[in-house]
Design a protein around this ligand. Sequence first.
Ligand code: NAP
Length: 285
Amino acid sequence: MSVIGLGMMGTTLARLLLQAGYRVTVWNRNAEKAAQLVKEGAVLAQGAAAAINASAITVICVHDYKATGQILDTTEVKAALHGKILVQLTSGSPQEALDSETWAQQQGAAYLDGAIQAAPSQMGRPDTPIFVSGTANAFKQTEAILHIFGGRVTYFGEQAGAASAIDLATLSAIYGTMMGFLHGARIVEAAGFRVDTYGSLVAGIIATFGDFLQHEANVIHSGNFNISESPLKISVDAVERILQQAKDAGIHSGFPAYAAGLFRQAADAGLENEELAALIKVLRG
Ligand code: NAP
């Protein structure tokens, strides 16, 4: 196994492979970062091409796809990639994944694109999520290795951009929740209550909220927006109240103004008496 990129994540990936008993070849632009891994049993390659030559499978995990391009787009590396499997675990966009796959296939390499949804200290656990997509054969041949990185490996099929797309979708859910949470913290602060107590309350309802999100996702998937859990109208009114309270309390109204704007569009489109998930019809444009 070869690992290119020894930042915090790449170092962790290489170490997990060593601990699992693999012979690991590593390369990093700054060779000093390989020193500790070499002490632990890794072999330091003299260049990216040499690292790829050393193994059937190479994992690359660097800052971004621009860095990936700078490392891989050389005559030596292109020649080395022929007949190999390249696993791209650098974070990027779906389009970058597709472009990267096309480029790798032009070099005669099988390509798998992945997204890691965990911090380095969380890697290697049974519940660590790894999303991957790309050629089925490349997945089959790398599945055991991916399971060393994280126990919850999900393969999203042959469309190489899928893993990045799902990664961004779940990040969107997290950041959207975080925006709402932080706005809530301002409501609590402005009302003179303890934010840590508010945090405990929110933590307590998150599990139930997960069930609710799953229900709304099922509604979207089914295409049946008849009211089954929560009429959209309730949310139109609730978000207006959050916006009004922000104005009354003199707190930043950016988040509720955005949300209220979307719900108003839904009401104007006659969706008030459909299930909450019908808001997606506004987002579809
Ligand atoms: P990092 O510690 O900042 O390391 C960045 C790596 O990229 C280093 O190996 C660095 O090489 C290399 N690099 C950057 N620009 C380069 C260039 N132009 N040419 C060659 N090498 C270059 O980052 P990281 O935390 O390991 O993250 C790596 C990837 O994992 C990122 O895409 C990140 O989004 C993803 N990820 C990270 C985390 C996390 O919590 N850390 C979680 C999930 C996903 P040098 O050492 O020579 O500078």
